[in-house]
Design a protein around this ligand. Structure first.
Ligand code: UT7
Length: 323
């Protein structure tokens, strides 16, 4: 049985750090409100020369370097983003070109904050279906470009950045001892599409639009949806939650992460938290957190790692990996 094994992880953050105090004179808010309600202390904001493609390219190069591979070794790129450089072509082909790759195939996935979990699941199916041998799965976002900087209920929450992993199809035994993606579950429910959306688009307004969110409504659904899909994923793999070594959740709000972990019985020391330094980077948040926990030695070969995300759509999902 083929398994999609993670070979390397990398990330890239814009140069500029914006601290909560830097919102003074931008909107009426306070460091205290932002930290108490979200856990966010700072976020990175892309300069004009930093784009979803350039950040994604840098993260991809870092992931390749981490496992000693070259772009020539990759034959699939899946980019999760809701902030593409252009309406089309896919930013994934821009990254493919920047990497000097003129073989294989590349495409974008749009599932907002769940994008990376959707992209990992999709790449896994291509690898296990033998349509590709090695994939770059990237989450890259420049949400600062679609924020309404006069709306304090949203502009303090988001940041920019990118993370990437290299996946390789390897022969496994089909049991839980295999390395690689062991199970994943994806969900969506468009009944909630107006609770977190961008109020523009090519087919409606002809503009890019701005992010709009009913934060309290999203919050209300988040914990139940997250815990449900995690239990489904663990169940599909035949593991119990206490067997997990690491929980790498989407980084939207510290309170949502802590409430989900508590409901599932996952202790704090197994939870990877980066929301304090990155804010919500949408599809980039999970690979950014993964990259940090791998680089500092927390996530090690053989560990059971659970990725989870929930966001606009609503979309939500989870991926279980033997590292
Ligand atoms: O990544 C996709 C998933 N997204 C999420 O998971 C986000 C989910 N939602 C949340 O994280 C939270 O709902 C927020 C952080 C967005 C908001 O926290 P909350 O505890 O739900 O606050 P709230 O929206 O109920 O607002 C409470 C108060 C309001 O004032 P009133 O109506 O009580 O007088 C807001 O106007 O806080 C006010 N407020 C602010 N005050 C200072 C809203 N934004 C701010 C702000 N600074 N930036």
């Amino acid at each position: 049985m083929l398994r999609s094994v993670v070979l390397g992880v990398g990330s890239s953050l814009p140069r500029r750090v914006m601290k909560n105090a830097d919102f003074e004179g931008v909107v009426e808010t306070s460091d205290e409100w932002i930290v108490q309600r979200t856990g966010i202390r700072q976020r990175h904001i892309a300069a004009a020369d930093e784009t979803t493609a350039s950040l994604g390219e840098a993260a991809a190069r870092a992931a390749l370097a981490a496992c000693g591979l070259q772009p020539a070794d990759i034959d699939l790129i899946v980019l999760a983003t809701s902030t593409p450089n252009n309406t089309f072509p896919a930013t994934a082909v821009d990254i493919q070109n920047r990497l000097g790759m003129h073989h294989g195939f590349a495409f974008d996935m749009q599932a907002v904050c769940s994008g990376f979990v959707y992209a990992m699941t999709t790449a896994d199916l291509y690898l296990r279906g033998a349509m590709a041998k090695r994939a770059l799965v990237i989450g890259s976002e420049t949400f600062s470009r679609i924020l309404d900087w006069t709306d304090r209920s949203t502009c303090v929450l988001f940041g920019d950045g990118a993370g990437a992993v290299v996946l390789e199809a390897q022969q496994g035994t089909g049991t839980l001892v295999d390395r690689g993606i062991l199970a994943s579950s994806l969900r969506s429910d468009g009944a909630h599409k107006d609770k977190l959306f961008v109020d523009g688009g090519p087919s409606t307004t002809g503009t890019v639009g701005h992010l709009r969110m009913e934060g309290r409504e999203v919050f209300k659904h988040a914990v139940a949806m997250i815990t449900d899909v995690i239990e489904a994923t663990a169940g599909a793999a035949g593991i119990s939650i206490d067997q997990l070594d690491w929980f790498v959740p989407h980084q939207a709000n510290r309170r949502i992460i802590e409430a989900s972990a508590k409901k599932l019985g996952i202790p704090d020391e197994k939870v990877v938290l980066t929301v304090d330094r990155h804010g919500n980077t949408s599809a980039a948040s999970v690979p950014l957190a993964l990259s940090e926990a791998v680089a500092d030695g927390r996530i090690k070969r053989g560990d059971l790692v659970l990725l989870e995300a929930m966001g606009g759509g609503f979309t939500w999902g989870a991926v279980l990996i033997r590292w």
